[in-house]
Design a protein. Structure first.
Length: 233
């Protein structure tokens, strides 16, 4: 008896299922942090905020960062399996162009979680825990929170076009011309995305400081990247 789940297609489906589950946890918490928790923290007193940073935030960040890790790893395995199955030329098709655009944004989001957001949040958590124990706050905590906040808002920015292109890969076919220049497309997209990533590390919040601002910028980024793809391919 052939069991669909015990095949290469079944294995790929399992990775996709894990990708969906982990992605819901990750992106759901990303939106919680930015749209709910951050706004709530602006309205409460310092003592309550320290309790939240000591008790609530570490638990949420555990699911947040490991959701990001599992989403990234399962997505990587899906891409490798698709490439092995259909040949890596598949990434020059409409599906490949969209999925690689989305996964590039997702990869930067994953790196921001583990290399920027989590290390800086640990400083803020340790500071809040020390204050609750009768100690002094870490003078570096405010700057660390600022760096984590900028990276987190940038991830919200990225998430909007990332989800657009993940969906477009299977549901929005793009006409790829015979003279399609892959290097030109990669270069144009890289300039836009890496410029934004540089700002995420060294820049300022700017329009990302407000919830409407980050949503509008995310929608604008989706339009810009889609226009680049349509023009070049």
């Amino acid at each position: 008896m052939d069991i669909a789940l015990f095949s290469m297609e079944g294995l790929q489906f399992v990775f996709r299922w894990i990708h969906f589950l982990a992605g819901v946890v990750w992106i759901g918490l990303l939106y919680y942090f930015n749209f709910v928790q951050g706004e709530f923290f602006k309205e409460i007193e310092a003592g309550t905020k320290n309790v939240a940073f000591s008790k609530l935030v570490p638990r949420a960040l555990f699911w947040f960062r490991y959701g990001a890790l599992l989403t990234f790893l399962s997505g990587f395995f899906i891409l490798m399996m698709r490439g092995h199955e259909g040949g890596f030329e598949i990434f020059k098709t409409s599906w490949g162009i969209c999925i690689l655009t989305g996964s590039s944004l997702g990869t930067l989001m994953f790196l921001n979680v583990w290399l920027v957001i989590w290390p800086n949040q640990k400083i803020a958590i340790a500071s809040a825990t020390n204050v609750l124990s009768g100690g002094q706050p870490d003078p570096n905590a405010a700057a660390a929170l600022g760096r984590a906040g900028l990276a987190s808002r940038t991830n919200v920015l990225y998430s909007i076009p990332m989800l657009f292109f993940m969906g477009a890969a299977s549901h929005l076919p793009i006409n790829v011309g015979e003279s399609f220049n892959c290097a030109a497309l990669c270069g144009a997209i890289a300039v836009v995305i890496l410029g934004l990533q540089f700002n995420a590390i060294k820049g300022k919040l700017g329009p990302l400081a407000t919830i409407p601002g980050v949503i509008h910028c995310g929608l604008g980024l989706a339009v810009v990247l889609y226009a680049i793809i349509e023009v070049i391919v």
